[in-house]
Design a protein around this ligand. Structure first.
Ligand code: GLN
Length: 305
């Protein structure tokens, strides 16, 4: 695996710096677009990496995957009363479908849907407790206590997140959110501001490749059917209006974040995390997606075998 990742790193060299760094969150606009890291965590729990794979970056919407698992573990299938599981074909922050669908977001991986998930994870508790459970999961599964929330990124988005505020208040008007809107938004901005490296992220998501079980310790992190369903939602909705393109080119369940990270799950094999800050129009890392395409070309990994 080390050789394969080194090959990808060499082949990606002429493609570094592609795409546009997210600048609508001011704290993300300063990140160097030429950074590139990739890591793979396998069945034995070992993590292999290349490039800037130890550099923490803002995981942004990749947090939605872990929040979904935690909320489903907490409240079970009743979550699906308030959020659908259909691809949206729209941008991550789109509001158009919310009106015709009476305030029920199409899936948990678009911003509106993620806020519904956050609302359920807060439940009758506090936002702090919800974020602690997220950090607890990520630290335990990455085997690294350094995983943290970057407060500067969270505040930066809170100051500029008018669209997310609009989505949350619009849903509140339909009765979709139970908690105070500002509390849900604070929780959402903070979960997006989790900082992790590719190595940490790949290791943290490993259980999704093994039916919810950490293959190294045997610990059942979540139920097997839940892990499969989360993978299916990632496959169909993980890249918003770019999900079809990602499935076509990479063929694995994946989740993008506007920090330039992509998490991809290879069922039965492991988890891949890649990071390169330049994005395409749908907010998926351009060089990151290309690197994943190169890696699956070499390994023949796909859920469509
Ligand atoms: N925090 C970002 C936002 O809400 C997350 C979007 C993303 O990563 N796709 O705009």
């Amino acid at each position: 695996m080390d050789e394969l990742l080194a090959e990808v790193l060499a082949e990606i060299e002429p493609h570094r710096g592609r795409g546009r760094v997210a600048d609508y969150i001011p704290a993300l606009a300063r990140v160097d677009p030429n950074r590139f890291g990739i890591a793979f965590a396998g069945r034995d729990g070992m993590v292999h990496g290349a490039g800037d794979c130890d550099e923490p970056f803002s995981i942004q919407s990749i947090s939605k995957v872990f929040m979904l698992q935690l909320a489903l573990d907490k409240v079970g299938a009743k979550l699906w009363d308030k959020v659908g599981r259909e691809p949206s074909g729209s941008a991550f922050n789109s509001i158009v479908q919310l009106e015709s669908e009476r305030g029920i977001p199409r899936n948990p991986l678009i911003n509106a849907g993620a806020m519904v998930v956050t609302d359920h994870l807060i439940g009758n508790g506090t936002m702090g407790e919800a974020l602690e459970s997220l950090l607890g999961l990520l630290r335990a599964e990455s085997r690294d206590e350094r995983v943290h929330i970057d407060e500067e990124v969270a505040h930066s988005e809170a100051r500029t997140g008018s669209r997310n505020r609009a989505l949350a208040w619009f849903m509140k008007s339909f009765g979709t959110l139970s908690n105070d809107v500002e509390t849900v938004l604070e929780g959402y901005f903070h979960q997006c501001a989790v900082a992790m490296s590719c190595r940490q992220l790949a290791r943290a998501a490993l259980f999704l490749a093994f039916d919810g079980r950490d293959p190294e310790t045997g610990r059942q992190v979540t139920a097997w059917h839940r892990a499969r369903r989360i993978n299916s939602v990632m496959m169909l909705c993980g890249h918003y209006d770019n999900s079809g393109e990602f499935a076509f080119r990479v063929g694995l369940p994946g989740k993008s974040g506007v920090g330039g990270g992509i998490l991809a799950i290879v069922p039965g094999e492991g988890a891949i995390a890649v990071w390169s800050p330049g994005l395409n129009a749908a907010g998926t890392s351009e060089t990151g997606a290309l690197a994943l395409e190169m890696l699956v070309e070499k390994t023949r990994w796909s859920v469509f075998v």
